[in-house]
Design a protein around this ligand. Structure first.
Ligand SMILES: Nc1nc2c(c(=O)[nH]1)N[C@H]1C(S)=C(S)[C@@H](COP(=O)(O)OP(=O)(O)OC[C@H]3O[C@@H](n4cnc5c(N)ncnc54)[C@H](O)[C@@H]3O)O[C@H]1N2
Ligand code: MOO
Ligand SMILES: [Mg+2]
Length: 418
């Protein structure tokens, strides 16, 4: 008798996966290796930024009071007492009607409280004249206007991007505390599988899931250990799964999770004593996605069908990996889009449609990326997003508003909502 599985809602499945995520701790890396990692400690301003009042322009530093009454008819003369380039200091305090020539980024000299751009002056042998009064503080970049010493700037759990690197460098972080990145094992199961460079022979297909998962991990900058392909043989598959689990922090298998005679993953989980979190999700594709846990490590039994495998990774495995690193935005960003083509299939389960989105003059349009069965490989290649069609809906028409999940974005969101 075939086992009847009870599907759980997608949101519940994601919640269960995230509940079983374990952190691997933190490590210190040089700043030049920190891009793409996840911050393990918050960035707190170690000093004010800028650390001193400075000039935002190339021009003259003056006392604002000396410009009072200046006009086109009454140009105010100033005497230049020296020059300050960025990185240098003016050693004399400026006196009445005196000015320093000052360059962008240079510290404002003593007594000066305004900067006049070169373009606002007429220069002469002695200095310059100007034709308008300046307020105290005008054209001064004030110490601490960007960051105040002690201010919490970026939370732990944030992905480090080029802007984060700039901030870390500003505060002198030559080394950064980041989350340890998991090593993920990948095993493609299926007696029908050939290597990429094999000739097709009757009944066989090339393994596309293995290379696809490797690329999905590469896109996240996560390292992996590939265990290649295993034929549908219980003992051999159990041996490889056990070995892979011992050598990695998480294992992704593809294929063999449904109810077929040679779908051995359920038996392998049982043999190993792994706890099955779920083995059926109310979604299409990927309803057979199975997740188990053993000794604190997650085993993702992704479907063999390519579109289901891809979707299972993006929905469950990717947030779990980010969660293992304490990532605070593990879920794909979501956007509203206008459906660019009819999609008339009813949706008994939540449907995730591989699609392609673009900005148009009338807004964001998302168009399904062609043949959209669970077994499809072409629509994964053509898609750049996933349209989410809620369960219980009866098909959608061109012009309907839909939600889309963005693929390959370094941005993410903190909550999963459906
Ligand atoms: N009686 C039932 N049959 C099936 C059910 C069901 O509920 N009852 N579920 C169907 C659904 S939904 C899916 S999805 C598939 C899932 O199958 P498995 O995850 O067990 O995967 P396999 O049987 O091993 O393979 C399915 C399909 O994918 C191809 N495949 C497998 N590995 C790869 C790979 N690495 N690269 C490319 N393609 C691969 C494989 O040849 C099969 O065509 O089960 C349904 N059946
Ligand atoms: O597990 Mo399947 O992908 O719903 O067709
Ligand atoms: Mg199967």
């Amino acid at each position: 008798m075939v086992e009847i599985r009870k599907p759980i809602p997608v949101t519940e499945a994601i919640r269960q996966v995230m509940e079983h995520v374990t952190h691997l701790g933190t490590e210190i890396v040089p700043l030049e290796n920190a891009y793409g990692r996840i911050l393990a400690a918050p960035i707190i301003a170690k000093h004010d930024v800028p650390p001193f009042d400075r000039s935002p322009y190339d021009g003259f530093a003056i006392r604002a009071i000396d410009s009072a009454g200046a006009s086109g008819e009454n140009r105010m003369p100033f005497h230049v007492i020296g020059e300050i380039g960025a990185g240098l200091l003016g050693d004399k305090p400026i006196g009445e009607k005196e000015a320093y020539r000052i360059m962008t980024g240079a510290q404002i000299p003593k007594n000066a409280d305004a900067v006049v751009m070169f373009e606002q002056t007429v220069e002469n042998e002695n200095g310059f004249t100007l034709r308008k009064p300046f307020d105290a503080g005008e054209n001064i970049s004030v110490q601490g206007e960007d960051c105040k010493e002690g201010e919490l700037l970026i939370e732990a759990g944030t992905l480090i991007h080029p802007g984060t690197i700039a901030l870390l460098a500003t505060f002198g972080y030559a080394f950064v505390e980041v989350a340890i990145t998991p090593v993920v094992g990948i095993l493609s199961t299926g007696t029908e599988l050939l290597n990429v460079d094999d000739e097709l022979v009757p009944g066989k297909i090339r393994n596309s899931n293995g290379p696809m998962i490797r690329a999905q991990l590469d896109r996240m900058d996560i390292s992996y250990k590939s265990y290649g392909m295993a034929a549908d043989e219980l003992d051999m598959c159990t041996f490889v799964v056990e070995k892979a689990l011992a050598e990695t922090d998480m294992l992704i298998t593809t294929g063999g999770v449904s109810v077929g005679d040679y779908d051995y993953l359920p038996a392998i989980y049982e043999r190993l004593g792994a706890k099955i979190l779920f083995n059926k999700v109310a979604m299409r594709p990927g309803s057979v996605t199975t997740v188990a846990e053993l000794n604190g490590k997650l085993l993702f039994g992704l479907s063999g069908n390519p579109s289901a495998c891809f979707t299972g990774f993006e929905l469950f495995t990717r947030p779990a990996i980010l969660g293992m690193m304490g990532g605070t935005n593990p879920y794909m960003p979501r956007m509203k889009a206008i459906l660019g083509e009819d999609f008339k299939k009813p949706n008994p389960f939540t449907r995730f449609v591989r699609a392609s989105w673009e900005f148009t003059p009338t807004g964001v349009i998302a168009v399904p990326a062609g043949f959209n069965k669970s077994s499809a490989v072409s629509s994964i290649a053509r898609g750049n997003c996933i349209i989410v069609l809620p369960s219980g809906t009866r098909g959608f028409s061109t012009g309907d508003e839909v939600d889309i999940l963005l693929l390959g974005s370094e941005l993410g969101v903190s909550e999963w909502t459906l």
